[in-house]
Design a protein around this ligand. Structure first.
Ligand SMILES: [Zn+2]
Length: 155
């Protein structure tokens, strides 16, 4: 008896994905799930390569397949956006670690503004999937908001 495995990618690729691909051991299949809110009728995009790569690196990866990504991150890539993609995860980890080691409530508001700026940059760059670094960032921001509310007596 022959076995045939059909690997098919359920969505198009984008460097600003709104969905994530995973492998289900239970059903032995590739599955995608929403990484952020997806409106009715909106196309679902996953990324099939590392989002930390520069626009040029991403283009080189896709060129053998005759595919040129037309997402906004590729269309409007700059040296600055390429650098941000490479360091965004480290920035999130540094932000979270700074928060965890900071017990001085007088610094929380300033730290919150740093986190909100980082969140804005990640959204603009299309790195706002609710998993990995962005999830960590949002969780830390939520915790800061909670502490600031408690601290100011507005519980
Ligand atoms: Zn792209």
């Amino acid at each position: 008896m022959a076995c045939f495995f059909s690997f098919f990618f359920p969505t198009m690729s984008s460097c600003c994905p709104n969905a994530v691909i995973g492998f289900s051991n239970k059903s032995f299949s590739i599955q995608s799930y929403a990484g952020k809110d997806i409106k009715a009728g909106e196309e679902v995009f996953c990324s099939y390569f590392c989002l930390r790569q520069s626009a040029r690196e991403r283009e080189e990866k896709l060129s053998p397949y005759g595919f040129k990504c037309k997402c906004r991150a590729c269309q409007f890539a700059t040296p600055s956006s390429d650098t941000f993609r490479k360091v965004s995860e480290e920035k999130v980890v540094k932000f979270r670690d700074t928060f965890k080691s900071n017990t001085d409530p007088s610094r929380w508001a300033n730290l919150l503004s740093v986190g909100l700026q980082l969140e804005k940059q990640m959204r603009e760059e299309g790195l706002d999937l609710m998993e990995g670094p962005y999830y960590i960032l949002r969780s830390t921001i939520a915790e800061l908001y909670r502490l600031l509310q408690v601290g100011s007596g507005h519980t």
